[in-house]
Structures are given as structure tokens and as C-alpha cells.
Design a protein around this ligand. Structure first.
Ligand code: PLP
Length: 394
């Protein structure tokens, strides 16, 4: 009667959403200030004033029929040109407006790109821990997700990648800065990854693509995020303004296919076809224009840095183990027992909502989203302390 796989997907809410909904219920019962909700990655730093000013300016100056009407399917020509110019001037990478496709955030960027590439029998390699929706995007496109574990301190493990990338691999999905660890892939790692992908492409006789998922590019605490197109030709960047400009609800981002990609124009046609078949055409018109005016700018990252420092310093002082995140707004903390789900349940007794790591493809950790107000972090610290004491006693 209807698609059971889709029903299952709709009913099986993600662990993150489940915790978030639980938090909302709990807040109604005991009061919002008593629940420490670290579940979801909803930006807490306000959308910058320059973004709101630009929205007001556009509303005042552009006639409504132009401002809110359909754009061409891949986006407004001037916006695609602005993105292309930005990529060329900021990163020194070749780019062309004709290879930029405006979309609805990184989710649409990824799902369109994966559908554009995926053929029967294809595999997509991801590096654990990874954003759980990759599995949904890849499997819905008919591909198979293959997981390569990361190494010490969540650096790339090239032996694991070597094993995971086979003749069936269509692409590797790389996310830096990373959700959930905050790790930033260094230039040296990217160079080694490029060499590996070049070798694998030669063995395969066609390219193994690199899909760079970059919604956190601007959210870093001093570290450079090397631009993947500058290291590997067959790269497709999936970008989103959700986090950098705190615009997660407006659903805006882009796909940029490197002109150095093998058959770049054909790939771009496949991107347009996938966008069409999935209904991701003509991204929100107002926000295409807003974002074109804000390229390369970001919200106040210092606010996230203060949250990171407070949380990292306090938790490690208590005895928790975690790697200091170089970017994004997540702390990936070792659970105090092997079973992260059980640990997350125990944390709920202290009103701490921490996401167990299993759906990120690793065991024994929890993710703390520190895109919350500072007072939530400050008030949560005694609860973290009590949780730690409970485990120490037993
Ligand atoms: N990729 C990663 C690594 C993410 O963390 C997220 C959102 O949290 C997305 C993609 C999806 O981003 P968007 O909200 O722009 O669709």
C-alpha cells in the first residue's frame, strides 16, 4: 500500500531527536532551567546582525515578485557566480559558476550529491565517528555505507581507509571540522588522503570521489581547515550556512563540483538531475541572496570557544576523558562505562542529556553539543560532578 522502508525511517526517530523530544517533555515537568539539554546541534549564537540587516534591505529594496519567486533550478545566476568568485579568491581554487548548485543546507547537498553519483553496487566510505544521517542518505540512494574507524585522537587511520576503499567505492565522505569529535583534518592528512584516493582511482580505473561535508568550516578555534579541492581533483564540496551564520532553520547551502573533477560538467548535470528527482530545486530565494552577501563571514565563534573551554576544562578536571575539539561545537567524551547507551540513561538521572556514540559508528562515548547558553553549562557542572562520583564509588 505504501513504502514500508520509508515508514520505518519515519518512525525510527534518530537517537538525537529522541533525546531532544525527551528533554522538551522533561522541561515541561520539572522546569526548563533544571534540564541540561546537550542533545542537538542547533546553533545558540545569534544570527549575526549583518544577516538580519541584509534580510531587511532585500525586503525593502527588491520587489516581492522578484524576491520571493522561483529562481532557476540550480540557483540565481548572480548567487552562483558569487559563490564561485568566493571559492576562487578565498582558497585560490579554480571554480566556475556553472558548477555551483544552491541547495537546502548540507543535508540536501549530501543527498543530491550521493544520488548524483550512486550506481548499482556502489559503496560510500565514511570515517567513524560520523554524522548518523550519512547512513540514511547513502542507503536511500541505493548505496552501501562502509565504515573506516579513525585512529588515535580521531585522526585519519590510513590503514583502515585503505581497507575500506575498494573497487566498489564511489566516494569517501569527509567531514572536517567533525561532528561529533570537533577534529579538523590537517593539511598533511589531506595530502595523504589525496595520494590514497589517487592510487585507489588508478586501481579502479575511474575516480573515487571525495565528498567534503563542510557545514562547520568557519567554526574553528585557530586551526586552518585546508580546502579539499586544492589537494584532490575529484572533489565535490557540500556546504551549508546552517551553522556558520546560525541559519539552520532557513535551509540554505550549496554544492560545488571542482572543475578539475573528471567529467565535471557531466557530474554537474547528474547533480541537477538528482536535485530534480529529489525535489531540491530552486533553493529558498531570499536566503540565496542573503548568503551571497555574507560569504566567508560567520557568527561570533568566540562564544563557542568560551563554551568549549569552560566545558573541556571543567570536565577534564573532574576526571572525564576527551580530546580538545579544534572546531565545530561538540565535545566527544568517553563514557564512564562501556555501554554508552546505559551511560546516557544514567546521565538522565542527573538531567544531563548526552547522545550515546553508537549511531556515530563507535562505542563507548557520548556527544555533548555545547551550542547552548553559558548558564546551561555552568549550572550543569555539579550534575556532571555527581555523575562522575557515582561511577567512582561503584
Ligand atoms: N553534516 C554534518 C556533519 C552535520 O553535523 C549536519 C547537521 O548537524 C549536517 C550535515 C546537516 O546540515 P544542514 O542542517 O545544513 O542540513
Amino acid at each position: 500500500m505504501f513504502n514500508k522502508a520509508m515508514q520505518h525511517l519515519g518512525e525510527e526517530r534518530s537517537v538525537i531527536r529522541e533525546l531532544f523530544e525527551y528533554g522538551n517533555q522533561r522541561k515541561k515537568i520539572i522546569g526548563a532551567d533544571k534540564v541540561f539539554d546537550f542533545s542537538i546541534g542547533n546553533p545558540s549564537v545569534p544570527t549575526p546582525a549583518f544577516v538580519q540587516d541584509e534580510i531587511k534591505r532585500l525586503i525593502a529594496e527588491v520587489p516581492p515578485e522578484r524576491l520571493h519567486g522561483y529562481t532557476s533550478a540550480p540557483g540565481l545566476p548572480e548567487v552562483r557566480a558569487a559563490v564561485s568568485d568566493y571559492i576562487q579568491s578565498k582558497f585560490g581554487a579554480p571554480m566556475s559558476a556553472s558548477l555551483v548548485y544552491m541547495t537546502c543546507g548540507a543535508s540536501a547537498s549530501l543527498t543530491v550529491t550521493i544520488n548524483a553519483l550512486c550506481e548499482e553496487g556502489d559503496e560510500f566510505a565514511v570515517i567513524a565517528p560520523f554524522f548518523p544521517e550519512y547512513r540514511v542518505f547513502v542507503e536511500s540512494a541505493g548505496g552501501r555505507l562502509v565504515v573506516a574507524q579513525s585512529g588515535k585522537d580521531f585522526r585519519l587511520d590510513f590503514n583502515a581507509l585503505d581497507r575500506a576503499i575498494t573497487r566498489r567505492t564511489k566516494a569517501v565522505i569527509l567531514n572536517s571540522p567533525n561532528n561529533p569529535t570537533g577534529a579538523v583534518v590537517s593539511e598533511e592528512e589531506l595530502k595523504r588522503l589525496a595520494l590514497l584516493l589517487e592510487r585507489k582511482s588508478l586501481e579502479k580505473g575511474e575516480p573515487v570521489f571525495l565528498i567534503a561535508d563542510e557545514p562547520y568550516r568557519e567554526l574553528t578555534y585557530g586551526e586552518e581547515v585546508p580546502f579539499p579541492m586544492n589537494y584532490y581533483h575529484d572533489t565535490i564540496v557540500c556546504y551549508s550556512f546552517s551553522k556558520s551564520l546560525s541559519l539552520a532553520g532557513e535551509r540554505i547551502g550549496y554544492i560545488a563540483v571542482s572543475p578539475l573533477c573528471c567529467r565535471a560538467e557531466d557530474i554537474f548535470s547528474a547533480v541537477c538531475g538528482a536535485g530534480r528527482s529529489l525535489g531540491f530545486v530552486c533553493a529558498p530565494a531570499l536566503f540565496q541572496r542573503v548568503c551571497a552577501a555574507a560569504l566567508g563571514r560567520s557568527c561570533d565563534v568566540e562564544e563557542y570557544r568560551k563554551n568549549r573551554d569552560l566545558l573541556y576544562d571543567s570536565l577534564t578536571k573532574m576526571g572525564y576523558e576527551c580530546v580538545p575539539p579544534a572546531g565545530a561545537f561538540y565535545l566527544f567524551v568517553r563514557a564512564l562505562e562501556e555501554d554508552a547507551v546505559a551511560f546516557s540513561e544514567r546521565a538522565k538521572d542527573y538531567e544531563l542529556l548526552l547522545v550515546p556514540s553508537d549511531s556515530f559508528g563507535v562505542r563507548g562515548y557520548v556527544r555533548i553539543s555545547y551550542c547552548v547558553s553559558r548558564t546551561v553549562i555552568e549550572r550543569s557542572l555539579p550534575a556532571f560532578q555527581r555523575l562522575y562520583e557515582e561511577y567512582r564509588k561503584n
